[in-house]
Design a protein around this ligand. Structure first.
Ligand code: HEM
Length: 459
């Protein structure tokens, strides 16, 4: 006999519609995970979704022999904007493999190492900006980090310096917010309402994002640039397996996908600043390490990235506790002719053969079965052997298997460079010393209304 999967009581006909706030889905799921534990389900508009929130069950459904990425709900909605791109392609679509094989070599550890100087240059510009704000200026680090992220991705992937750290916010930032918020909200609304009332927002955001991408392509085609960067690969690369390249529309799909994927990094860094403010001992240790590794001339070079073991612990612990990418979707691999239920935890739970499941990282990443004092910020547990010995399921901040984040090496380089520079060169003060982390977001989550003051670090 299997155990029924817990479900909040809900209301007749509408089901659990009031258990999930459509404006802050992930916070609702975190709250439900805290209440119901390793697994729970909700039913909305006749659809049932199962949520997995423990390390053991997350580990089980990350087994690619039995399960795969589920392309449904918000991931299907964002296809309006990016079609069958890397992030949104169904398992059966050949476009995924073609794009993956063309793009992956340009996001490898070796390729991203070559982008160190450009990322550092953009980060230096942000640090100078924060140094110049004055000690009483109160600002939301996320707003500036979003700009930094767009600046760094556009420069490193597409070879264009936007200079978007200052001045009015670049329209792509609001367009990403609008497209992703719509993608999350649309599955929770009746179809007619989406078309009649909310259709315009997604259309306008898509136009902005695709227009931006088309501009990158046009500028490159008209320039004499010989950069062999990601944009070069998108425009000229051929899949080594099929010999096929990307169509113009597919190039635009992938250009739009990159800053949307990458916008998770500023969410993590913003939470990381908060964690360090709340943990001055960790900040002091990170500063000592950076001084020792950078040495007497204090010049930050790519070779230092791998030597910053404590900063790496800070970044991993930030990814664990912030859950900046809050979860991902999984479904059982279909077995033709076999519609028997899928057993989880050795038969303790049963789900239908085609059940969509979502891993809630706020549960798995803070599983008390794995972590002592799971809510504490302890970079030490994310270093060396201690990190290696953790179960893989609590290290899924970049997703899983074949559909794992293709930008993870770039993201790592960016996270370490930016965190190390901020730790080394900026003294932060929380504008509200009692601020407690509360997050919202769409495809990624970020601290709500977390404000700081900043000044050059006193030495
Ligand atoms: C802190 C930074 C980042 C985090 C935590 C993160 C997290 C994730 C996660 C969890 C997935 C899996 C999504 C799923 O299974 O549906 C994913 C996929 C993806 N990410 Fe990232 N990401 C980050 C940065 C980036 C960057 C910098 C890029 C741009 C190069 C990027 C581009 C993508 C793409 C294109 C996919 C889809 C891959 C595929 O399905 O083949 N991400 N990311």
């Amino acid at each position: 006999m299997s155990t029924p999967i817990p479900q909040p009581p809900g209301v007749p006909l509408l089901g659990n519609i009031f258990d999930v706030d459509p404006s802050n889905t992930w916070w609702s799921l975190k709250t439900l995970a805290e209440k119901y534990g390793e697994i729970f389900q909700i039913k909305v508009l006749g659809h049932r979704v199962v949520f997995v929130a423990s390390a053991a069950l997350a580990g089980e459904i990350c087994d690619e022999k039995r399960f795969r990425k589920y392309v449904g709900g918000p991931v299907v909605e964002i296809r309006y904007t990016v079609h069958d791109s890397l992030f949104t392609a169904f398992d059966h679509e050949p476009s995924w493999g073609i794009a993956h094989r063309i793009i992956a070599p340009h996001l490898s550890p070796e390729a991203t190492a070559g982008l160190f100087d450009e990322i550092l240059q953009c980060t230096d510009e942000l640090v100078s900006k924060w140094h110049g704000l004055g000690p009483d200026a109160r600002f939301r680090p996320l707003d500036h980090l979003n700009r930094l992220n767009l600046e760094a991705t556009t420069l490193t992937f597409f070879g264009k310096k936007l200079n978007c750290l200052d001045g009015p916010e670049h329209p792509v930032i609001q367009a990403m917010e609008d497209a992703t918020s719509e993608a999350i909200k649309r599955p929770t609304r009746p179809k007619l309402l989406n078309t009649l009332v909310h259709g315009g927002k997604l259309k306008r955001a898509t136009k902005t994002l695709r227009g931006f991408a088309a501009e990158m392509v046009k500028e490159r085609q008209e320039s004499k640039s010989d950069r062999h960067d990601l944009l070069w690969a998108l425009l000229n690369g051929k899949d080594p397996q099929t010999g096929v390249g990307l169509s113009e529309s597919q190039v635009i799909d992938e250009i739009v996908t990159m800053p949307i994927g990458s916008s998770t990094a500023p969410c993590a860094i913003s939470a990381g600043i908060l964690f360090l403010l709340q943990n001055p001992d960790a900040l002091a240790k990170a500063r000592d390490e950076i001084e020792a590794v950078l040495g007497a001339d204090g010049v930050f070079r790519h070779e230092h990235v791998a030597k910053l073991a404590y900063v790496a612990g800070v970044v991993r612990e930030t990814l664990r506790l912030s859950c900046a990418a809050p979860g991902f979707n999984i479904e059982p691999i279909p077995k033709p002719g076999d519609e028997s239920p899928v057993l989880l935890a050795g038969g303790k739970y049963q789900v239908p053969h085609n059940q969509a499941m979502i891993i809630v990282l706020a549960g798995a990443n803070r599983d008390p079965a794995v972590f002592e004092d799971p809510l504490a910020f302890r970079p030490e547990r994310m270093m060396g052997d201690k990190f290696e010995q953790l179960p893989p399921a609590v290290k899924k901040w970049f997703g899983n298997g074949k559909r794992e984040c293709i930008g993870k090496h770039w993201a790592w380089e960016f996270l370490v460079i930016v965190m190390a520079k901020l730790i080394r060169d900026v003294d932060f003060e929380a504008a509200d010393p009692d601020y407690q982390l509360k997050q919202d977001g769409w495809f990624n989550i970020r601290p709500i209304d977390f404000f700081v003051k900043a000044k050059p670090r006193a030495r």
